[in-house]
Write a protein that binds this ligand. Structure first.
Ligand code: ATR
Length: 275
């Protein structure tokens, strides 16, 4: 039997860890598949997707800067993709219609709860940022019923728009929007979802949001401690984590969506750390 074909599409794409993660999953589960990386031209994401599925491709992951385009392009969206406003997973259904899914939110929740033992139910959470990355994870985080979730952003109107969008999903959680200058008390969990560190910046949030029991999660990952996590450690955070586990967990959920087989993530996260 020939291997079934999967790929990640982005631009740039050479740095992507997804081919490595999925080949580790395939080896672990014995699934027969090939997973490559495709750099789509910035002006022809849709042509790249069409071509991939026309030549028999089974599933795509989508990364920067095409997640919103993937969402728009699809014939159908899963409810979690609909809410996220972006898609990281594409496949064809039995009618050959293009379906968009989003596994990022499930990915961060599993990394926080299963891998790091952080209980989201009843937690007081501060989320920094209001871009696509944050929108993608708010639904699954709110589904875990935190006590309060505050979204702080440089552009406050974007945080306010997210609060309106997710008001129905908040349940009993107190959902609020503000600027970086407002939060002034320690939170149980602080999630950095800004892209500030790409420019070597820190979101200018008060050190008072970090207390001795605060856990910090940077959705970015890097070989060294991220800029944000280093700052949080310096401010006395109890524990800090980067987003590598989220990356592996979202990949595992995509693998499950396509193959209906759930890979074990812990050995894969450990292997990537030592790469
Ligand atoms: P992504 O897909 O990574 O979420 P995005 O949609 O461009 O990318 O959103 C980037 C987020 O990082 C936004 O919340 C942005 O703040 P604004 O909404 O005010 O633009 C935030 N961000 C980017 N650079 C930042 C910086 N130097 N300091 C603080 N926040 C920053």
């Amino acid at each position: 039997m020939t291997n079934q074909l999967y790929a990640v599409v982005g631009n740039p794409i050479s740095h992507s860890k997804s081919p490595r993660i999925h080949s580790l999953f395939a080896r672990q589960t014995g699934e027969q598949l090939e997973y490559t990386a495709i750099q789509a031209p910035l002006d022809d994401f849709s042509g790249t997707v069409r071509h991939f599925f026309e030549r028999g491709g089974k599933g795509l992951n989508v990364t920067v800067p095409f997640k919103e385009q993937a969402w728009t392009l699809a014939d159908h969206r899963t409810p979690r993709a609909e809410k996220a406003g972006a898609a990281n997973t594409l496949y064809l259904d039995k009618d050959q219609d293009l379906v968009a899914d989003n596994t990022d939110g499930v990915g961060i929740v599993r990394d926080l709860q299963n891998n790091h033992g952080i209980v989201l139910k009843g937690a007081r959470i501060l989320v920094l940022g209001s871009g696509g990355a944050v929108r993608g994870v708010l639904g699954p985080i709110l589904a875990e019923q935190p006590a309060a979730l505050t979204i702080a952003n440089r552009t406050v109107t974007k945080a306010e728009a997210l609060v309106r969008l997710f008001a129905q999903d908040a349940g009993a959680a107190m959902l609020a929007a503000c600027g970086f200058d407002q939060p002034d008390q320690p939170f149980d969990l602080v999630i950095n979802g800004t892209s500030a560190s790409l420019q070597g910046d820190l979101p200018p949030v008060s050190a008072n949001v970090i207390g001795p029991d605060t856990v910090v999660y940077d959705m970015m990952y890097s070989l060294q401690t991220t800029t944000f996590n280093q700052w949080a450690l310096d401010m006395g955070a109890r524990r800090v984590y980067d987003g590598l586990g989220m990356l592996v967990e979202q990949a595992a959920e995509s693998f499950y969506v396509w193959r209906k087989v759930r890979p074990e993530t812990t050995p894969v996260i450990e292997e990537l750390r030592t790469d």
